[in-house]
Design a binder for this molecule. Sequence first.
Ligand code: NAP
Length: 248
Amino acid sequence: MKKVLLVTGGSRGIGAAIARLAARDGYAVCISYLRNREAADAVVGEIAKAGGKAIAVAADVSAEGDVMRLFKYVDDAYGPVTALVNNAGILEGQSRVEHMDAARLTRIFATNVIGSFLCAREAVRRMSTKNGGAGGAIVNISSAAARLGSPGEYVDYAASKGAIDTLTTGLAKEVAAEGIRVNAVRPGIIYTDIHASGGEPNRVERLKESVPMKRGGQADEVARAVVWLLSEEASYSTGAFIDVSGGR
Ligand code: NAP
């Protein structure tokens, strides 16, 4: 079967690592990004250089029209998706809940939660055997924050990842008999740019001693769990969660 993967937010960090690994595993890969075209083009270039297939599309996952256009683009380029990784996610400056306004909360939930729902919806429309599809696999990128709550840093972000966990559990059961597996990976503290978005680029260094393994994780270590869950090796796993968090 032809393997077509969409990784949202694939231009940098964990999404880029997933795209590179999946391309090596034979997927035709589409990465989406928000605005960093240069980074997206670099990932596509690396994959092509290694003999893989990849395209990049600018699309805001929180905008329904963009998501519709994104999936249509993949349909036209490679055929309907057989795999989706809901990876695009954001956090904002470290803050206590008492200082969070509605605009911030709306941004966090729009990208992290609504974006994942919209992409999952478009994927199910294409994958479900009920709709004439051939089945498929979805992996949602949650976070250890969903379990830990991120007090004093970003409880809003952690709560959005709690919603992702519930989406995973509910959707997995909803489409289990329609050929679609839905699982989640919960990364811990991983070396990517996301910590700079929270105002602390060196956050991993500050916190690594609190991790039972005493180190931060690499994006590739997360990618391996994701690509395994997408694969037929995980054929009886749905509604499952893999923590890639060094024991945190
Ligand atoms: P990152 O380095 O900040 O990269 C974020 C990616 O998402 C970029 O490709 C960005 O595109 C894209 N993006 C942001 N908003 C978007 C939107 N509205 N629509 C489409 N794409 C959007 O993040 P990361 O650390 O790799 O995180 C990836 C996922 O892992 C997120 O869901 C995050 O919550 C989760 N996670 C990360 C960690 C960690 O420690 N790093 C831990 C737990 C969970 P541009 O390049 O165009 O900006």
